[in-house]
Design a protein around this ligand. Structure first.
Ligand SMILES: [Zn+2]
Ligand SMILES: [Zn+2]
Ligand SMILES: [Zn+2]
Ligand SMILES: [Zn+2]
Ligand SMILES: [Zn+2]
Ligand SMILES: [Zn+2]
Ligand SMILES: [Zn+2]
Length: 159
């Protein structure tokens, strides 16, 4: 305990002292059954919707088992896909990429890029003709709304 906490008072933010880290059983920052500040758990408001067998926050088990139908549980939102290297489930064929919130357009596992292109105006591009002349050509620019990447042409689409 910091000396200032011992002599005077703790600097409580909710259930935790921001100076010495001591916790108290008061003003928790509950997130369902789990306090996001001191990590205490309580036996209520468990997250059975995401997992009907075990609470994903506190790992309390219900004694129930998943009602599996294909790759899904009928009772909760848990899925049981088995993904190959292309992020495709080997059972049901569904494609599920793993996306980093910081890089929303690229899958962390298979590196497939998936941008959300929208038209973002035109640009002048200098091109050289067959006769060696330089002329200006107007091209359409597309920009990804998520990461800002700019391209001249959407891949896979004709001129
Ligand atoms: Zn303290
Ligand atoms: Zn707490
Ligand atoms: Zn729980
Ligand atoms: Zn379930
Ligand atoms: Zn599946
Ligand atoms: Zn992927
Ligand atoms: Zn993008």
């Amino acid at each position: 305990m910091k000396i200032i906490c011992k002599l005077f008072w703790h600097s409580w933010i909710g259930c935790k002292c921001s100076r010495c880290g001591k916790t108290r059983d008061k003003n928790h920052n509950w997130y369902g059954c789990w306090c996001a500040r001191c990590f205490k758990t309580k036996d209520e408001n468990h997250n059975w919707k995401d997992n009907c067998e075990e609470c994903p926050r506190c790992h309390k088990t219900t004694g129930k088992v998943h009602q599996r139908r294909g790759c899904k549980c009928l009772n909760c939102r848990k899925t049981f896909h088995k993904l190959n290297e292309q992020c495709q489930c080997i059972y049901c064929g569904m494609t599920i990429h793993e996306i980093d919130i910081l890089k929303p357009c690229k899958c962390k596992i298979c590196c497939e890029e998936n941008h959300q292109y929208t038209k973002a105006g035109t640009e002048q591009e200098k091109i050289e003709t067959d006769y060696g002349e330089h002329i200006w050509n107007t091209i359409q620019i597309y920009k990804c709304t998520a990461c800002g990447k700019k391209i001249k042409k959407i891949p896979g689409q004709g001129e």
